[in-house]
Design a binder for this molecule. Sequence first.
Ligand SMILES: *Cc1c(COP(=O)(O)O)cnc(C)c1O
Ligand SMILES: [Zn+2]
Length: 409
Amino acid sequence: MAKVKGLVCKECGRTYPVEPIHVCEFCFGPLEVIYDYEEIKKIISKQKIENGPLSLWRYIDLLPVENPIVGLTAGFTPLKKADKLGEVLGLKNLYIKDDSVNHPTLSFKDRVVSVAISKAKEFGFDTAACASTGNLANSVAAHCAQAGLNCFVFIPANLETQKIFGSLVFNPTVVAVEGTYDDVNRLCSEVANDMGWAFVNINIRPFYAEGSKTLAFEVVEQLGWTAPDAVVVPAASGSLYTKIWKGLKEMSKVGLIEKVRTRMFGAQAEGCSPIAQAWKEGRDFIKPVKPNTIAKSIAIGNPADGIYALQVTQESEGDWEVATDEEIIEGIKLLAQTEGIFTETAGGTTIAVLKKLVEKSLISPEETVVAYITGNGYKTLEVLEGRLCEPIRIQASLKDFKEKVLTKV
Ligand SMILES: *Cc1c(COP(=O)(O)O)cnc(C)c1O
Ligand SMILES: [Zn+2]
């Protein structure tokens, strides 16, 4: 595989061949895929990408897969100019990157999973698994069904009902663990060592994480081959946030755009904000927290990529902000009622944080800003219970309609 050089330890720089491994044997640092950008530069071009498939696989030259076999429709989601929301917030060039309509399971996770499961097939695994806050489980279950792999998904037992059904329908083995995501993840690290399965976010993590870069590539292409001035990204483990930055820089490294000056803003729920807290306190390490928020899809108390996320914030001159559960609900409603996009709690966090960043003048009105909407509201309907207007109940009569409806609107 000429484009991929191998894996490299993010801590000590030791290199490894392309294998289903994720930690350095010497220092236990995480491994990351490295590419031969000089080689890629020779084969990649804007025109080649533009003529490619209408999916994330149009960027295959910058992905660690030779022959994608599942998730062939993931990615290439809309970048919507959000003028109505922009007017409310005071932004003239606001865009929504809308992964609430990603395929097949309506969250950005279909990007990472299409890459991870394609890679797991290349490695020859017959069983795939994951530790999930909900969306990952949905996507792994769907892609295993496509790929004909046995599937085990591990989730915290208290997840939203809709997200549990969203996995069960694909008939994986769903393991609901009593505890937080961090408990689930710890268990899964042990299971992964024991069973020799492809755990997409454990031993396949270096490859999985690369799929997130496509959220940067697409935005650059959709903005006419330029990088935005600022982006707002919701963070759980911090993987997506760091990989969007890696993706932006790669676009520049292979000569498709100029040097990147995008400021990277991270969004977390106040009830689970270990990365944002570390940033605000000027720490270069993460203090794990116990999550307590409605934003379950981003409730990771001990984020694996937290310290790397802090480095990206530093390098890009970005910042972090948090949103309370109330503000998250308001964010969901604001996006729905201005742009007609129904997102889940993670997207509500993005919008609430974007609002604060503008209020604090960390983003200015003329700048080109992209807000990442990473999941779909139909999966977290229960958080809106009691928080919306009720339907007006009437008999099927014109009289009732006039008396009970027209008098109220
Ligand atoms: C998983 C997830 C994220 C962020 O995940 P990272 O672990 O930070 O990569 C953001 N939004 C949604 C909806 C998710 O499911
Ligand atoms: Zn190392």
